[in-house]
Design a protein around this ligand. Sequence first.
Ligand code: 6PG
Length: 235
Amino acid sequence: MTRIHTHPSREDLNQAAAGDVARILAQAQGDRGVASLALAGGSTPEGVYRLLAEPPLSEQVDWKKVEVFWGDERSVPADHPASNFRMAHETLLSKVCPPAEHVHAVRGELPPKTAAERYGEELRDVLGETPRFDLVLLGLGEDGHTASLFPSTPDLDGAGRLVIATESPEPPKDRVSLTLPVLNGARHVLFLVAGRAKRDTLERVWNGEQALPASHVRPRDGRLTWHVDEEASPS
Ligand code: 6PG
């Protein structure tokens, strides 16, 4: 089941998406006692994370009971300006303070393949051999990538692995990413897409262009929701 929400402004997108995130995490905690979340990187989610970090939304989620992962990471140290961990820590995690043992960051300072192996082991330890996230947040690159699965990535399924090292055409080149089967195993996937620069790509993804990795995100047994602003919306 796919839902598309088109918002008149970026702020409206942020408010609606943040409300969805809080609702989904709270529902998961009600159902199973703990929620599992994979955060998106890049710049689009920042406004959503800032809203989640403040009341009323911060009071709707018990952040002591959220297992926090990332959908992908750049192979840079955690304090690097390009680090997805750093962005999420600054905008959200430093304020809602999940227990350190529930924050599962990619070891960006390690060689990508080593970081991918370790992240995959940690993911298995926490969510099992076939991880099923309650919520995966994703962005969309202008080339149709999502997480760090690029059109040039040889095998989006990762040949059975949960996490792979990939290469981005844009710096930082070396990345670590969840594979497509992990993304598609989620209960909920929320795409956050804003800005005129994404419109053409979004139209190609919605038309199912198979060369674009984002076109392959179709939760096997879950919901796919798009939060887009009017600038990015083709319709
Ligand atoms: C990353 C992200 C990536 C991002 C898109 C969109 O590490 O860069 O995970 O998939 O979501 O590139 O990025 P913007 O939100 O900055 O446009």
